[in-house]
Design a protein around this ligand. Sequence first.
Ligand code: MN
Length: 190
Amino acid sequence: MRKAVVERKTREVDIRIELNLDVREYEIETPIPFFTHMLETFARHSEIGLNVKAAGDVEVDEHHTIEDVAISLGKAIRDALGDKAGIARFGDAIVPMDESVAICGIDISGRGYLNFDGLLEGEVGGVSAENFIHFFDTLCRNAGINAYISVKGSNLHHIVEVCFKAFAMALKKAITLEGKDVKSTKGTLD
Ligand SMILES: [Mn+2]
């Protein structure tokens, strides 16, 4: 089974994530409603089974909670993928959302790197939008995913949400099982 459980308790956060790449149910609880909305969007469009229970020191600000969910989610994806045998490895998506559009390409290479092209400035749902670039960067580094995200638009809610949709749809393709071998001339994706 391609699944993982990650728990992360620090002085700033208390997070538990259960992830199953091969079921579709999700339940997300965080103290930041807009972030919950984004994680639900991610789960829905990646079709990854995801149970997130996150508490954090949002009285400081939202940064720690968003960052540590990204660390935990990234580790859970990496754990659940195991040796990555049989996965498509690459995935892509071009997703419009009203006036906004995002392009995402993913390579589950084992090497975490985010190439983000776009402007996320301002506040949405009480969250500074730059936290979402940090979210994707932290997620990619902990999951061993190389992602390119390009986004433009004028409504910040749409701009952030369409990034989550495009990332999720590209990841859905990349984790799809299509064979038995590790898709690399090196013979490994670690
Ligand atoms: Mn929305």
